[in-house]
Design a protein around this ligand. Sequence first.
Ligand code: ATP
Ligand code: MG
Length: 546
Amino acid sequence: MTEEKSLNFIEEIIEEDLRNGVHQKIKTRFPPEPNGYLHIGHAKSIVLNFGLAIKYGGTTNLRFDDTNPVTEDTEYVDSIKEDIQWLGYTWANEYYASDYFETLYDYAVSLINKGLAYVDDSSAEKIAAEKGTPTTPGQSNEYRNRSIEENLTLFKEMREGKYRDGEKVLRAKIDMAAPNMHMRDPVIYRIKHAHHHRTGDKWCIYPMYDFAHGQSDSIENITHSICTLEFIPHRPLYDWFIEKLEIFPSHQYEFARLNMTHTVMSKRRLMQLVNQGFVSGWDDPRMPTISGLRRKGYTPSSIRTFCDKIGVAKRDNLIDISLLEFCVREELNQTAPRVMAVLDPVKLIIDNYDPDKSEYLETESFPNQPEMVRKVSFSNTLWIEQSDFMEEPMKKWFRLAPGATVRLKSAYIIKCESFKKNADGQVTEIHATYLPESKSGADHSGMKVKGTIHWVDAKNAQSAEVRLYDRLFTSENPAIEENFLEHINPDSLVVKQAYIENGTAAKPGAHFQFVRTGYFCVDKDSGEKLIFNRTTTLKEGFKPKE
Ligand code: ATP
Ligand code: MG
């Protein structure tokens, strides 16, 4: 039986538009501002925009919304492109809002010519004060009645650099008493003598978001311009410009932003974490950025699955980060080979095993796939986890303790005979005996043991740095805390000096399941010295409702 997935509300709109012949083909766009790295919220928007075009045989443009020269950088442009491609998507065209500066300028001139825009000499404060409040209408000022000719001259001079930053703005002439504040003669151009990462010093006036976004959609013949809910009040303005300029009628549709527990999502806040050194960079594995998730060991498909599972909502909500972890865990459980690694090592010596002997034992790299076996070396000296030994075992303790028996995974049954402690009371060495006839796969011992523990041959191990990541914030929703930086989890990174089976093919980016411990991925800085990042734990903290 195939799973029937019901349509989300945007799919419903698109299907109706296609049915009614409003559009023959759909066109969407993903419009990032290149002022930071992409995060999982952007992934939601990417999966939605590109996914719709793929589903309905349309195309998606990548458009950099680079109308703010001060905060933008080519470093961000490059990382954004890398992340989208990594997620598995290909854009039809790569565009920049700055490519449209000349056209946008002409649009502004045409508004002036229609008597629908004017140059205002007032300060930002005065303009804000005159805007009124949601309950009181705004007031118009003396500049509103400037003649078309004067406006044309002044706007041209603004472009030519005759004025200083903030000395004048161009405003749309709509309605100072409109109930929607965005319609009270919004500023559409401002003066900013700043170098732009693409247009250099060609321009000293820059269009505002509202005057660039919809028009860019229209220039590209975007049919469905999808954005987040906070733009609902901007929609009348979006439509007003298109109507007055008589350009291609793009339409804006809004869905809920993705918010996730135990993290922050805005680039501004993520930038603070980077700049103030709370994380090592934008791609720190604790960051909700796509590059951080990638470094942590997330796969593109696990992120796409997550975005599909959360759906397209019309109301803001907070998604449990465990759902994201669930998605990667489900996938890695199928794809990541098992290896043994010991993160908190203590030495185990098998007294009755020939100290000069070594043997190779077969173990499965995937459960129930007997053809996927590898050989691991075994000797009289092993590393095991400190947490697998208890000097005074509690009830139902099936692991190692004085006198207790346990199976070493894929090896033998051993019995703990004695142990040594140092002055601090820490167990430093455990001694055991093994049952030669209990070898896994050929067990004639007739013994049943309840516990199985993992191990690594101390005579043939690789040392590795293992980075255990936990949630970056202790607060469930740090974004609404007074100072989100005070809620950083002090234990969000714990570094272990571990041992792993020798011969593990640990190329950067490779995924493994460390038996009994979790899913790990080889860090990009891994080289001579192996470095692993924990992608997620083994335990399922979350089961989504089906
Ligand atoms: P931020 O506040 O993180 O800077 P933004 O919306 O300003 O986010 P943009 O680069 O302008 O970031 O966004 C590009 C696209 O991604 C926009 O269409 C935006 O609506 C969408 N987007 C950004 N954040 C989210 C989110 N959390 N959930 C869904 N879509 C998002
Ligand atoms: Mg933004």
